[in-house]
Design a protein around this ligand. Structure first.
Ligand code: ADP
Length: 488
């Protein structure tokens, strides 16, 4: 599936990284710019107030009734301190009394707001443009400072300082931000792109490798990532999933092969026998014998197909268990009687060992449970020599009903035990076939036990016998909806 550039994680990652960093940069630039210009202005304001307070201390000389003396005093103080500030002294009617030398007889602006504030005995500070001062237009910071005696306005000191150096510094800072900002963002984008590219390159590798994996080469695995991060974990999990899929596919192939083989064998026999009879048989008895033999093969095919259908339906979740309360004690009793009839044909004695003195009731599907135990009992009889014995035991362990079916038959060698619940698995293929076995009985048994929330175990000693132990929860399956068993 092609990915459009806008949907690409790399593009989106780069975009969001760059956006976030650009916003952080812009916010910090704005903040530092304002902080810087504010602190510079505060610095100038402090200087203006210091000058004003110094001058205020000499208010007697500055506001004396002789104007000339006032101006001399101002020039004297200004020279002594070398403030480099523009100073104007105004009288109580806000009229000009004198100006510092550097003003060259020009007046400092005194706007209506500053005037009003002075009348209210408040100092006022503002930025002002002074035109034509030293033949230049100057931006100054101007403090209008009232001189108060006995709560009355006696005059106003106006002190101005050029904003030149401060403005230059602030301006330089702005230029730095404007020039360096885009440059920094460009490098950030590039860095983010490279970073995203490096982090995602294993994903691309894995994607490409995954594209090569099909049902025909399920043995291939995704390349392992050397780093120990989330991606390595994902690759590990995907490879585990591929292991499972491969095993499932192998089992399905094996199963289809086995199923067709199992169905082909009786068909071949049917065809062979029919052909021989048609060619050679002459008497009705010979034809009857052939039909009788054909009937056995048809029976066998029917059993295989029925079992396969049961398993297929169980997997598709189409087999619903009819869970209801039933007497396991009664069921086992009935099965024991049936087992005795089955055993009679081979003179096998069938015994019932009830290890409980009370009736055991469980929640389960009676039909399926009957099928489960009949399978085990008929297997026990099938794989036990004439004259042997089979014992059915019913017991209770806490909230589990335990049913054991033990025989004194041929037993199962240890290496076969893990496989006997697999479909079509038979220990002795030729012999089991002659016994009428399909190799599906125990797969169905296992499914029934598991859908009831129980478990099945087998212990066996060759030539001594086998014991199948089924444990079923009294309460029935926790999940009462049909469960499907995995293909084995
Ligand atoms: P089958 O129809 O061949 O009996 P099952 O699925 O019932 O198929 O059993 C699988 C295989 O397990 C049998 O073919 C047989 O080899 C072995 N088996 C099952 N039950 C017994 C038993 N009670 N004693 C010995 N072998 C058994």
């Amino acid at each position: 599936m092609p990915i459009s550039p806008l949907q690409s994680i790399r593009v989106r990652l780069t975009f969001w990284y760059a956006m976030t960093l650009a916003v952080i940069l812009a916010v910090s630039a704005l903040f530092s710019y304002h902080y810087f210009s504010h602190s510079l202005r505060k610095d100038i304001d402090n200087q203006l107030y210091v000058i004003a307070e110094t001058l205020e201390n000499s208010k007697g000389q500055l506001l004396a009734d002789q104007p000339e003396q006032n101006c001399n005093a101002l020039t004297d103080i200004a020279h002594r301190h070398n403030w480099g500030a523009y100073i104007m002294v105004r009288g109580k009617n806000l009229e000009t009394l004198c100006t510092s030398d550097n003003l060259l007889d020009q007046e400092l602006p005194f706007g209506p707001v500053a005037r009003q504030q002075a009348r209210w005995l408040h100092a006022h500070i503002e930025n002002e443009q002074v035109h034509g001062l030293l033949d230049k237009n100057l931006s100054i910071r101007l403090l209008s400072y009232p001189i108060i005696i006995d709560s009355r306005l006696h005059g106003v000191l106006q002190i101005g300082k050029t904003l030149g150096t401060m403005q230059q510094a602030v301006e330089e800072l702005r230029v730095i931000y404007l020039v360096v900002g885009p440059f920094a963002i460009f490098w950030l984008c590039l860095g983010c792109w490279v970073l995203a590219d490096r982090s995602l390159s294993p994903v691309i590798e894995v994607t490409e490798a995954a594209q090569q994996i099909t049902a025909d080469n399920l043995g291939c695995r995704l390349p392992s990532v050397t780093r120990r991060d989330e991606l390595a974990q994902m690759v590990h999990v995907l490879n585990q999933m591929l292991d499972r899929l491969e095993a499932s596919f192998r089992r399905i192939r094996q199963f289809s092969g086995d199923a067709s083989h199992e169905l082909r064998t009786p068909l071949t026999i049917l065809r062979g026998e029919t052909e021989v009879t048609l060619r050679w048989a002459k008497t009705p008895e010979e034809f009857r014998d052939m039909l009788h033999s054909n009937m056995e093969e048809i029976d066998r095919m029917e059993r295989i197909i029925e079992s396969l259908l049961t398993l297929a339906k169980s997997e598709a979740g189409e087999l619903t268990l009819e869970i209801k309360s039933l007497s396991l004690s009664d069921l086992v009793q009935e099965l024991y009687l049936q087992g005795r009839i089955l055993g009679e044909t081979k003179s096998i004695s069938v015994d019932l060992d009830l290890k409980v003195d009370q009736e055991i009731r469980i929640m389960g599907d009676e039909l399926r449970l009957r099928q489960l135990f009949l399978n085990l009992i008929s297997n026990g009889i099938k794989y036990t020599q004439d004259g042997g014995s089979l014992t059915i035991t019913l017991a209770k362990e806490q909230n589990m009903a335990v049913i054991k079916i033990s025989d004194t038959g041929i037993g199962i060698a240890e290496q076969h035990l893990p496989h006997i619940f697999d479909r079509f698995y038979r220990v002795d293929k030729a012999r089991n076939r002659m016994d009428g076995g399909t190799g599906l009985g125990l797969a169905i048994v296992k499914w029934i036990v598991e859908t009831h929330g129980g478990s099945i175990q087998v212990t066996s000693t060759p030539n001594l016998g086998s014991t199948f132990t089924v444990r079923l929860p009294i309460e029935g399956p926790a999940d009462k909806t049909p469960k499907s068993t995995q293909l084995r």
